[in-house]
Write a protein that binds this ligand. Structure first.
Ligand SMILES: NC(=O)c1ccc[n+]([C@@H]2O[C@H](COP(=O)([O-])OP(=O)(O)OC[C@H]3O[C@@H](n4cnc5c(N)ncnc54)[C@H](OP(=O)(O)O)[C@@H]3O)[C@@H](O)[C@H]2O)c1
Length: 327
């Protein structure tokens, strides 16, 4: 039986305007980086996407090389779009990106026009779509002129293959320069996708302000520090966690971080929230971040995370205590 979306899906979600654009994004969006390739069953992938959409998540974020293997997250999402979400296409904001390693040789990486244009063509084919809503340059390319990379973003919009463009992993100065070029080309930048969490506050040091001055929205990726800012690792590394199978992630789980997570968890409990919920509410606390971009491996994580929206308020005392812990 094919999927039918929850009729009340828009009742509890908050939608925030993305910069100075016409687009509103859900306060919590869903990303398909880690568990949406051929390393997961299509059944579980479908269950997570349907549950997110039923709870009002209208924005799904992918990149050309999400998998594993590269491209498989787009293929799986494309299958689901085709089999179950076709009638909901106009209710969805789907993004993809190019900028990291994708195919061998000099044209499958970084920021040339050659790479960005051909990668989007491949992404559209895997997704089975005529256009994506947002196309990102995934990281700064120090060797390609910024004008070339931005003109590739402008071109795909003019070709109708993307509606909006975004920047990811760009610093404050690079964002300003890229935004100026895009404005001149007539394709203003919609959104900046940057890492941000209680354990990673670098955007507060200039990027947040620069992005706002340019009228660009912010979507915060890795808001849960890949699970460290949930109750998952408070008492060790569970066998079913991302860290158990990923040595790079495992190396981020230090005694200091766990000690801080435990203290933060105490504040979360006083707020009647889980640590994951408080971490997401904290991302949204100033109204400067348009959307927190979460990942998940299970439906119940999505449900827990979306229930964050029941309490987004912090007292000054709570914020001070959090700052003290994070020092
Ligand atoms: N632009 C970029 O360069 C870039 C880079 C990275 C990510 N991203 C985007 O950001 C998205 C999110 O990244 P992320 O997955 O690293 O973010 P995250 O939300 O910080 O971490 C998600 C992971 O945390 C765990 N988790 C989530 N909710 C939980 C809960 N309620 N209780 C316990 N554990 C929970 C799960 O880990 P387990 O899998 O262990 O269960 C889940 O896979 C990606 O999908 C992608 O779209 C972009």
């Amino acid at each position: 039986m094919s999927y039918k979306a929850n009729e009340n899906r828009y009742s509890d979600m908050i939608y925030n305007r993305c910069g100075k654009s016409g687009i509103k994004l859900p306060a919590i969006s869903f990303g398909l980086w880690q568990n949406f390739g051929d390393n997961n069953s299509l059944e579980n992938i479908k269950a997570m996407i349907f549950r997110a959409f039923d709870l009002g998540v209208t924005h799904f974020d992918i990149a050309n090389n999400y998998g594993p293997p590269y491209g498989s997250a787009e293929e799986n999402f494309g299958r689901i779009l085709n089999s179950d979400l076709k009638t909901y296409r106009d209710e969805l904001i789907i993004s993809t990106k190019a900028g990291y390693d994708m195919w061998p040789g000099p044209y499958g990486n970084w920021g040339s026009k050659k790479y960005l244009v051909s990668s989007l063509d491949q992404s559209l084919q895997r997704l089975g779509l005529d256009y994506v809503d947002i196309y990102y340059h995934h990281r700064v390319d120090p060797e390609t002129p910024l004008e070339e990379t931005m003109s590739a973003l402008d071109l795909v919009v003019k070709q109708g293959k993307a509606l909006y463009v975004g920047l990811s992993n760009y610093g404050a100065e690079e964002t300003k320069k890229a935004s100026e070029i895009l404005k001149k080309l007539g394709t203003p930048c919609l959104i900046n996708q940057a890492s941000y969490s209680m354990f990673n506050r670098w955007i507060e040091d200039g990027l947040e302000d620069a992005t706002h001055e340019e009228g660009i929205g912010i979507i915060a990726f890795r808001p849960l520090a890949m699970g460290l800012l949930t109750d998952k690792y408070l008492n060790g590394i569970p066998e079913t966690s991302r860290a158990a199978h990923n040595s790079k992630m495992k190396s981020t789980i230090t005694e200091d971080k766990i000690a801080k997570a435990k203290l933060l968890n105490e504040i979360a409990k006083e707020r009647d929230q889980s640590l994951a919920q408080m971490s997401l509410a904290w991302i949204l606390r100033k109204g400067l971040v348009t959307s927190a971009l979460i990942g998940a491996s299970k439906v119940n994580q999505i449900e827990e995370n979306l229930a964050t929206l029941n309490n987004l308020n912090f007292s000054n005392e709570e914020l001070d205590r959090i700052d003290e812990i994070l020092k």
